[in-house]
Design a protein. Structure first.
Length: 193
């Protein structure tokens, strides 16, 4: 099994790269944004199927661990896991799982509402504080997060455009309620334009 590869990014495709290592070009599927010609090191997860052997690469071990957690959910294969990881930032994904935010997870291509809910059910205990916790998102006051996201969506903002900002506002203002958070979010959005 290949655990880690270091080399030069020789080619960038839509969902994979060719990583040149010791004169051999390895096709590695990755959600990472990389630059042609750079020297990188990737943690590798090797997936063996009847008809193929595929390498999936991540910049750190936590990315590889997240991939393994996602593919451990029944019905989530490597392609869906990569789609999720390529669309949603790790912190955002962890918070969405911990708070039961299926709408955010469902924004990834190939992931519907039922699949997102299944991911939450199967991974919530691992993300939110089980002994096998790999990630520890700050969910101390996330009870208002779904309400804030719904309020912003009803005002016409796309969920994926505002979810990171909303999570930061909730984390920075743990005692604020929805009536205070919505105006703060609107000020933040208008300041970013």
């Amino acid at each position: 099994m290949i655990g880690k590869l270091q080399g030069i990014v020789d080619y960038i495709g839509s969902d994979h790269i060719i990583l040149m290592t010791g004169g051999v070009g390895y096709m590695v599927y990755t959600p990472e944004t990389l630059t042609l010609g750079t020297n990188i090191s990737l943690w590798i997860e090797t997936v063996v199927r009847e008809d193929s052997i595929r390498l999936f690469g991540f910049m750190n071990q936590s990315g590889r661990d997240l991939f393994n957690m996602l593919t451990g959910v029944s019905g989530v294969g490597p392609r869906v896991a990569m789609s999720i990881m390529g669309t949603i930032k790790t912190d955002t994904l962890m918070t969405a799982i911990a708070t039961g935010d299926a709408k955010t997870i469902a924004t990834a291509p190939g992931v519907g509402k039922k699949m997102a809910e299944k991911i939450i059910v199967e991974l919530k205990s691992r993300v939110a504080g089980g002994s096998a916790t790999l990630f520890t998102p700050d969910v101390s006051s996330t009870g208002v997060l779904p309400d804030l996201l719904s309020a912003l969506e009803s005002l016409g903002y796309r969920r994926m455009d505002v979810v990171d900002m909303a999570q930061k506002l909730v984390a920075q203002n743990p005692t604020a309620d929805i009536t205070k958070l919505v105006p703060m979010a609107l000020r933040e959005i208008s300041g970013n334009k």
